[in-house]
Design a protein around this ligand. Sequence first.
Ligand SMILES: *[C@@H]1O[C@H](CO)[C@@H](O)[C@H](O)[C@H]1NC(C)=O
Ligand SMILES: *[C@@H]1O[C@H](CO)[C@@H](O)[C@H](O)[C@H]1NC(C)=O
Ligand SMILES: *[C@@H]1O[C@H](CO)[C@@H](O)[C@H](O)[C@H]1NC(C)=O
Ligand SMILES: *[C@@H]1O[C@H](CO)[C@@H](O)[C@H](O)[C@H]1NC(C)=O
Ligand SMILES: *[C@@H]1O[C@H](CO)[C@@H](O)[C@H](O)[C@H]1NC(C)=O
Ligand SMILES: *[C@@H]1O[C@H](CO)[C@@H](O)[C@H](O)[C@H]1NC(C)=O
Ligand SMILES: *[C@@H]1O[C@H](CO)[C@@H](O)[C@H](O)[C@H]1NC(C)=O
Ligand SMILES: *[C@@H]1O[C@H](CO)[C@@H](O)[C@H](O)[C@H]1NC(C)=O
Ligand SMILES: *[C@@H]1O[C@H](CO)[C@@H](O)[C@H](O)[C@H]1NC(C)=O
Ligand SMILES: *[C@@H]1O[C@H](CO)[C@@H](O)[C@H](O)[C@H]1NC(C)=O
Ligand SMILES: *[C@@H]1O[C@H](CO)[C@@H](O)[C@H](O)[C@H]1NC(C)=O
Length: 485
Amino acid sequence: MFLRTLVRAGVTLLLAASISITHAVSVTVVEDNLDSPKVEHVRIQSDAHNATGIRYVTNSGICETTPNVAQISGYIDIGTNMSMWFWFFESRNTPETAPFTLWLNGGPGCSSMIGLFQENGPCFVNADANSTTLNPYSWNNVSNMIYIDQPIETGFSHGDDEANSTQSAAPFVWTAFQVLFENKLFSKYASREFIFASESYGGHYVPGFVTYFEQQNALIASGKIHGVPISVSALMINNGWFDPLIHYVSYLNYTTNAPGYGQLRPDDVLKNISNGLYGPDGCVAQEKACYAAGNSAESNKICRHADKYCIENVYWLAVDDYDPYDIRQNSSAPFPPEYYVDYLNKKDVMAKIGAEVPYDECPTKPYHKFIKTGDEARTWLPQLSALADSKMKILIWAGDADLNCNWLGSQATILAMDWYGNKTLHDTPLTNMTIDGTTVAAVQNVDNFSFALVYKAGHEVPAFQPKASLEIFSQIIRKEQLHSV
Ligand SMILES: *[C@@H]1O[C@H](CO)[C@@H](O)[C@H](O)[C@H]1NC(C)=O
Ligand SMILES: *[C@@H]1O[C@H](CO)[C@@H](O)[C@H](O)[C@H]1NC(C)=O
Ligand SMILES: *[C@@H]1O[C@H](CO)[C@@H](O)[C@H](O)[C@H]1NC(C)=O
Ligand SMILES: *[C@@H]1O[C@H](CO)[C@@H](O)[C@H](O)[C@H]1NC(C)=O
Ligand SMILES: *[C@@H]1O[C@H](CO)[C@@H](O)[C@H](O)[C@H]1NC(C)=O
Ligand SMILES: *[C@@H]1O[C@H](CO)[C@@H](O)[C@H](O)[C@H]1NC(C)=O
Ligand SMILES: *[C@@H]1O[C@H](CO)[C@@H](O)[C@H](O)[C@H]1NC(C)=O
Ligand SMILES: *[C@@H]1O[C@H](CO)[C@@H](O)[C@H](O)[C@H]1NC(C)=O
Ligand SMILES: *[C@@H]1O[C@H](CO)[C@@H](O)[C@H](O)[C@H]1NC(C)=O
Ligand SMILES: *[C@@H]1O[C@H](CO)[C@@H](O)[C@H](O)[C@H]1NC(C)=O
Ligand SMILES: *[C@@H]1O[C@H](CO)[C@@H](O)[C@H](O)[C@H]1NC(C)=O
């Protein structure tokens, strides 16, 4: 399998812990019970949407153990037999005013528990797979954080999964926030700054979902539909997969000379990669045909075939025995460790957090649904450009040691954006960003748009550079341009 996010084999499946719902209550009588220290399973039926609601546990005591920092985990039911897993952490500091940040991992079809437990969440799981250590650089130090497993079937989510493309996945995520914000526990966050943060396949999800949210906002504003507007105030995507035509070419550039790491593959292989790209009916020609096919009936097949060809004739030649997510490691890549997977599959942990099915980090079913429609081969560059043109606060960033969604591809993507700041961005050099005198990144700022290349970091940037990542996140949510501190 070939995923735009970290995936490893060897997940042990346990039988689902049986979760009993201790009481069913109506939304009108539930008080904000965030201060309650005990584990209780609560079901709240939605008044506005049929067959929807949330089922959750407050303060499970798992992961976030900082005193007085609330957490909620459970399911958002977005329709009959459609249960989306979420895990919410209050900000450790000024939760009443801190922004509300959504973190999504990529895939397609990978769980956001990857980000929670390996990248920017409140804790890491220890080698015993039975205990945790607090992460001092957790992003909930400065923001309220919610992690969601989508599409359904990913991670702890379960039920009927109808999403088979970025576009078709968007309404389900939108509905999840409608249900959430209708609820008393979460309604206060509907008016907070909404930060959308993602990585990897998030290069598809974020432009796709935010574009859809804005279309829904317009329908709500004009009275055509009822709902809660979801006004994204900033978005950030690291090591994103935006425009496959650019990214497949970037594999040749990166393996020819990965800045800071040199030539990765021998000359004869580089020649083969080049042939795979530019040969007759090669990857580039097929990708162009995919773009030209648009959303026509034949496009699924054309795009699917393009992707398969490019993976086999470009991607695998580039990767060889490297860990594609961190070229400083080989394919047995020990970092970041996967202890959290066994931890999440422990029956007592599942019971405490309210999980109803065994945890599956990157299941194959949702992935193959997306592959079938050729979603991976399609571009979201036009939507990203439009968002930049709208002056939204945007950060595109990347770790320098990731091959899979390498930074040369991110850089070529932003330089190809069609937006008002294009010329200025082309004329703006990368300058070093330091923290206490140590260089952590090279950055570019044009008004509300920023780019950052993070040094000594693989695909999962916050796992490798937690301090720099928290600083960068903090500057973005404060609406600052990236700068040294
Ligand atoms: C809501 O669900 C009930 C029971 O499942 C069903 O009878 C009803 O038709 C549904 N209403 C709508 C508007 O879908
Ligand atoms: C796991 O940790 C719990 C305490 O959190 C302890 O009671 C239990 O014995 C541990 N299990 C193992 C296998 O170490
Ligand atoms: C995170 O917040 C705590 C207080 O809640 C503070 O003591 C700590 O210094 C913060 N960590 C960082 C890295 O800012
Ligand atoms: C719910 O979804 C699962 C797929 O996860 C499916 O196997 C099951 O039949 C569905 N149940 C109903 C009642 O539709
Ligand atoms: C690859 O390198 C060529 C030559 O320097 C450059 O024109 C192109 O923009 C680069 N493309 C990517 C995706 O890195
Ligand atoms: C490169 O392509 C040639 C011709 O198809 C093939 O014989 C050779 O094995 C390939 N080399 C590598 C390293 O893939
Ligand atoms: C991969 O790297 C590890 C060290 O991180 C080393 O022990 C192992 O031998 C390497 N494997 C191969 C096939 O080179
Ligand atoms: C993708 O999902 C849509 C909507 O459910 C469906 O109409 C379409 O046939 C699906 N496409 C494929 C290739 O399965
Ligand atoms: C962006 O600017 C560059 C350099 O000025 C130019 O070559 C390119 O055509 C411009 N791209 C767009 C989409 O306007
Ligand atoms: C930026 O930092 C890198 C890495 O520390 C260093 O090699 C480079 O010389 C610095 N560039 C400038 C302009 O200071
Ligand atoms: C940046 O975004 C803010 C809204 O968050 C907006 O008020 C401001 O005008 C934007 N700045 C520029 C230079 O576009």
